[in-house]
Design a protein around this ligand. Structure first.
Ligand SMILES: Cc1cc2nc3c(=O)[nH]c(=O)nc-3n(C[C@H](O)[C@H](O)[C@H](O)COP(=O)(O)O)c2cc1C
Ligand code: SF4
Length: 458
């Protein structure tokens, strides 16, 4: 039976564990930082020398850590893109916006173990020659901002932060910056604009890749809270040991938040790919199944923007056969391991690690109307397809849920969504259209069989 594997959440929820630095220190806190900053220069066989910073960056690469913010991009690779020759300062931003509906994992770290995030950040900053970093936290988490500010003060008092950290001559300041509560502030270039004091209008990539032209047009690393917390463990354990957790190409652990119509909604940490959707939804160690008498209807596997999976659908999975040859097997969608690659192969994504469970009591048109209203409200409005399309979809769905659906609405919605995706500045366009495309495709009958009259759309 699949079980939780607590690495990042190891201490969280332990009786007596608090957010105080003394408590953190009693549990081995800041030892990874001490190790990182005292690494000796490494002599390589070819006569080259590796600085402590380069060694940490190598360990992160070897660990296989992939970003936990949504896209699952390699952290080591992202760090390697940083323009270190520009002569400009390098910034690091911790993305603590956590606004994707269904997502509530980063705040567990912030609220319950803030020093773990700070330690990971200080190591990441040291490894990347960063002297100024920010934690961008969403406006609706005032308690999180307060907890982080206090923890940063404590870390400074103990000289884990500030001038000449632990006497090494390395200086670092970290500031907490509160957002004003818009979903688009989680998109890294929108976040950077917001941090600069402007409207969070995402920037077009290229040329504005943060690693080259980020905050104040300087090289910038943007990483998610959980990603940065994992860095501390990679330094403690070493990259190769961390890479043994999880599955190849999907290493380490990740925190999964399960919500919706299950018996035990909550957050769970798993080795990536070592638990299936079935384990997570029905396992006694996890969400414990659906409420009594209910049947599973669908699962949104990675935050509201991921494509929905319908109960009973299947996916093709590549597996090693007994003779060692790779073979393709067809499996029930619930038996898909929860990892980046397999969910992608199944036509969706693990995204922000937020699983939303829908049972047979859910009206899919109403559920989509709810999601679409969110996306229409949150579009920043820069791109016409996103600004207009998200509103059209939301209006049509509103009409459909108010007794004015038409048979052709299913195609109408899909048509709009198809005209948004791939035609926008940022991935919000996909985030708004993927739920529509997948809900309509997989539950077409519900979208077609509404009470109809012949009103024109919109
Ligand atoms: C509309 C939108 C919202 C996003 N919101 C968040 C968020 O709240 N938190 C987050 O870490 N990443 C969010 N992302 C992803 C970030 O742009 C970025 O990829 C991420 O912070 C990188 O960190 P990682 O590499 O550690 O995953 C969002 C992306 C988009 C398109
Ligand atoms: S896709 Fe939407 S949210 Fe992103 S920049 Fe364009 S209008 Fe703004």
């Amino acid at each position: 039976m699949a079980q939780e594997y607590r690495l990042i959440l190891r201490n969280v929820d332990q009786p007596g564990y608090t957010t105080d630095i003394d408590c953190y220190l009693r549990h081995g806190g800041y030892e990874a930082l001490k190790k990182a900053i005292s690494l000796p220069i490494k002599d390589l066989l070819d006569g080259k020398k590796l600085s402590p910073q380069e060694q940490i960056r190598d360990e992160v690469k070897i660990s296989g850590l992939r970003g936990r913010g949504g896209a699952g991009f390699s952290c080591g690779l992202k760090w390697s893109f940083v323009d270190r020759r520009s002569g400009k300062p390098i910034y690091l931003i911790c993305n603590a916006d956590e606004s994707e509906p269904g997502t509530f994992k980063d705040r567990q770290i912030i609220y319950k173990d803030p020093h773990q995030l700070i330690e990971g950040m200080v190591i990441a900053c040291f490894a990347n020659d960063v002297h100024l970093a920010y934690i961008y936290i969403r406006g609706e988490m005032p308690d999180g901002a307060r907890i982080l500010k206090r923890a940063l003060e404590e870390a400074k008092t103990k000289n884990f932060l500030g001038k000449s950290i632990l006497g090494t001559g390395y200086d670092l300041e970290i500031y907490v910056h509160r957002g004003a509560g818009a979903y688009i502030c989680g998109e890294e270039t929108g976040l950077i604009e917001s941090l600069e004091g402007k409207r969070a209008y995402p920037r077009i990539k290229p040329p504005y890749f943060p690693a080259v032209l980020g905050l104040y047009m300087c090289p910038t690393i943007v990483n998610n809270v959980e990603t940065l917390a994992a860095v501390k463990h990679i330094v403690s354990m070493g990259g190769p040991e961390y890479a043994k957790l999880g599955t190849p190409n999907n290493t380490g652990t990740r925190i999964v938040g399960i919500s919706g119509l299950v018996k035990k909604p909550g957050y769970f940490e798993i080795e990536v790919g070592k638990a299936t959707l079935r384990d997570l939804i029905f396992g006694e160690n996890f969400a414990g199944g659906l409420r009594d008498g209910r049947k599973l209807k669908a699962v949104i596997p990675g935050g509201s923007s991921s494509k929905i999976l319908k109960a009973g659908e299947t996916s093709k999975l590549k597996k090693k056969a007994a003779d060692g040859q790779m073979t393709t097997v067809e499996i029930d969608i619930l038996d898909v391991p929860y990892d980046f690659d397999t969910l992608q192969a199944a036509g969706t994504m693990s995204g922000s690690g937020a699983i939303i469970v829908l049972d047979d009591s859910v009206d899919m048109v109403k559920a989509l109307a709810n999601l679409s209203e969110f996306y229409a409200h949150e579009s920043c409005g820069q791109c016409t397809p996103c600004r207009e399309g998200s509103l059209w979809m939301s209006k049509a769905l509103h009409r459909m849920t108010h007794g004015k659906g038409r048979k052709e609405d299913a195609d109408y919605l899909s048509d709009i969504a198809q005209n948004i995706q791939g035609r926008t500045i940022c991935a919000f366009g996909e985030a708004a259209s993927w739920p529509v495309l997948s809900f309509v495709k997989k539950f077409k009958d519900e979208f077609e069989n509404l009470t109809t009259n012949q009103e024109k759309p919109l």
